[in-house]
Design a protein around this ligand. Structure first.
Ligand SMILES: [Mg+2]
Length: 445
C-alpha cells in the first residue's frame, strides 16, 4: 500500500487529534452553537472560546497553512448568539449579574469585530479593506497619507498602546479579544518592519491581562502590562520591576478594602463594566464608567468619592498612592521616586525599565510610537530623550491632544480610528523588503 492509499485516520488518532507535531496549529473543534447569553459569565466564556479559535487561525495564516471552514462557522455562531441578546430587545439589552441585579450592556464591539473577522476570512484581505473603508470617512486618504508617512522605513522600536490605538475600544476588557484581522495586520508589520515591537498597556500582563486578550503568534511582540512594570520578552521570560515591599503591602490591604465594595449593591456593577476591577503590578484599577456611558453620572461619582476616601484612610499624607481619574477608570498607582519627590509610574518609566532588562538600543532610530491618550505621551517623551529619529502616530479626534503630540514630535501623523492605523501598518508591511534579523518560529514571512 502506498502512502497515498493510507486511510485518513493514519495521522488522526481517536481522542488525540493529529499525531504529527502540529498541535499548536490545530484549530479546536469547538462547535459554538447558538446559545443564550444571560450573564457576564456566559459572555466572557463565549469570548474566551473565540480566542481559542482565533489564536490558531492566526498562527496558521502566518505559517502559510489554510484554515478550515468549520472554524469560521463557529465564529459566526458566536456572533449570532451575541446578536440574539443584543438586538432582540435593543432598548433593554440586559445582562444579569445575579438573580437580583442586571445592567444594560453594549455588545457592539463584540458583534462588529466578529463580523469583520468572518468577512476577512471568507472574502480575503482586499475585499475586507474595501468593506472597512466604508465604515470611516476619508478612509482612503488617511491610508494613502499613512503609507507615505511610513515611507518604507524599517523601525528599531515599535512601541504601542493597545486599547483605543490598535484595538477598538470595548465595553468590557475581559471580552475585548483581539480580532484575527487585527493580529494579522499588526504581527505582519511587527515581523517585517520592526526589530523590537512592544505593547505597553496599563492593563495587567496576565490574570486577566493583555496576554489573555491577544492572539498574535508567540515571540512576535514583547508584551508589557501595568504600564511597563511587568513584561514578557520575546523568549517568553517574565520581568517585574522592583516594588518597595512596604508599599506592596499597603496596596494589598487597599485592594482588600476596595474588593469589599462589590458586596454593596450600589457598587457591584462597577466590577463588571468597562475595565472592571484590575489588579495590576503596582496598581489597582476600578472602572467607574464604560465606553457607552451606561452608568448614571451620580452613581459613578459616588464610587469615585468612596474609593478616594478609602485611599485617604490608607495613605493620609499621599506618599504611597496617586489617584488618576480618567473619567472611565479610577487608577490607584504606587508612587516611585522622581526628580522632585515621588511621582506616579508612567509608560515612559515602563519603557526605560524594559530597556534596562533587554537592551533596546534606544539611541538608534528610527522608532515608531503609537498611542491614543495623554497617558501614552510619556513613552513618546522617553524615546525622544535618546534620539530625535522618532515617528509618532496618534489615534485621536481630540485636537488639543493632537497639537500636544505634534509639538513634541515633528514626525507625527494623526488618524481618527484604530482600523485606519491597522490598515496603514498592514499594507506598509506588504511593500517592504525584508531585512535580515528576527523571525519567530513558524512564521512564514
Ligand atoms: Mg489607549
Amino acid at each position: 500500500m502506498s502512502n497515498y492509499d493510507r486511510p485518513v485516520t493514519f495521522f488522526l488518532k481517536e481522542g488525540q487529534g493529529f499525531i504529527l507535531p502540529t498541535k499548536e496549529y490545530s484549530i479546536p473543534d469547538i462547535d459554538i452553537s447558538l446559545q443564550p447569553i444571560r450573564s457576564f459569565k456566559d459572555l466572557f466564556q463565549l469570548k474566551a472560546l473565540t480566542r481559542k479559535i482565533r489564536s490558531p487561525i492566526v498562527k496558521n495564516i502566518f505559517s502559510a497553512r489554510v484554515i478550515n471552514m468549520r472554524s469560521i462557522e463557529s465564529l459566526k455562531n458566536a456572533r449570532r448568539s451575541l446578536e440574539d441578546v443584543y438586538y432582540r430587545d435593543y432598548e433593554t439589552s440586559i445582562i444579569h449579574i445575579d438573580d437580583m441585579h442586571s445592567i444594560n450592556v453594549d455588545l457592539s464591539y463584540e458583534i462588529r469585530e466578529l463580523k469583520k473577522d468572518t468577512y476577512y476570512l471568507e472574502h480575503g484581505e482586499d475585499y475586507f479593506i474595501d468593506y472597512i473603508s466604508k465604515l470611516y470617512n476619508k478612509f482612503d486618504q488617511h491610508v494613502v497619507k499613512g503609507l507615505g508617512f511610513l515611507d518604507n522605513l524599517h523601525f528599531n522600536c515599535f512601541i504601542t498602546d493597545r486599547d483605543g490605538t490598535t484595538n477598538n475600544y470595548c465595553g468590557h476588557y475581559r471580552s475585548s479579544i483581539q480580532p484575527v484581522y487585527n493580529a494579522v495586520f499588526l504581527s505582519r508589520f511587527a515581523s517585517l518592519c520592526t526589530e523590537n515591537p512592544i505593547f505597553i498597556t496599563s492593563a495587567p500582563l496576565k490574570n486577566f491581562g493583555i496576554i489573555d486578550v491577544s492572539v498574535n503568534p508567540d515571540n512576535v511582540f514583547i508584551y508589557a502590562g501595568s504600564k511597563g512594570r511587568e513584561f514578557l520578552d520575546l523568549d517568553l521570560h517574565e520581568h517585574k520591576a522592583f516594588i518597595d515591599p512596604l508599599k506592596q503591602t499597603r496596596l494589598e490591604e487597599l485592594t482588600q478594602k476596595v474588593r469589599e465594595l462589590e458586596k454593596k449593591p450600589e457598587f457591584e456593577k462597577f466590577f463588571y463594566v468597562g475595565s472592571g476591577l484590575q489588579l495590576k503590578f503596582g496598581q489597582l484599577t476600578i472602572a467607574r464608567q464604560d465606553v457607552a456611558n451606561s452608568i448614571p453620572e451620580d452613581e459613578s461619582i459616588a464610587l469615585l468619592r468612596n474609593v478616594t476616601d478609602i485611599v485617604g484612610e490608607f495613605d493620609p499624607d499621599g506618599s504611597v498612592f496617586r489617584i488618576l481619574d480618567t473619567g472611565k477608570d479610577i487608577e490607584i498607582i504606587l508612587t516611585v521616586d522622581g526628580e522632585n519627590g515621588t511621582k506616579d509610574f508612567d509608560k515612559g518609566d515602563g519603557l526605560k525599565f524594559i530597556d534596562s532588562r533587554i537592551d533596546l538600543h534606544l539611541d538608534r532610530g528610527p522608532h515608531l510610537v503609537c498611542g491614543d491618550t495623554e497617558s501614552d505621551i510619556p513613552m513618546l517623551k522617553a524615546v525622544l530623550e535618546y534620539t530625535n529619529d522618532v515617528y509618532a502616530i496618534f489615534v485621536t479626534r481630540d485636537t488639543a491632544l493632537a497639537k500636544k503630540v505634534v509639538t513634541l514630535c515633528a514626525n507625527t501623523l494623526i488618524v481618527p480610528s484604530p482600523d485606519i492605523l491597522l490598515t496603514i501598518l498592514g499594507i506598509a508591511a506588504l511593500k517592504i523588503k525584508r531585512k535580515k534579523g528576527r523571525k519567530a518560529p513558524g512564521i512564514f514571512l
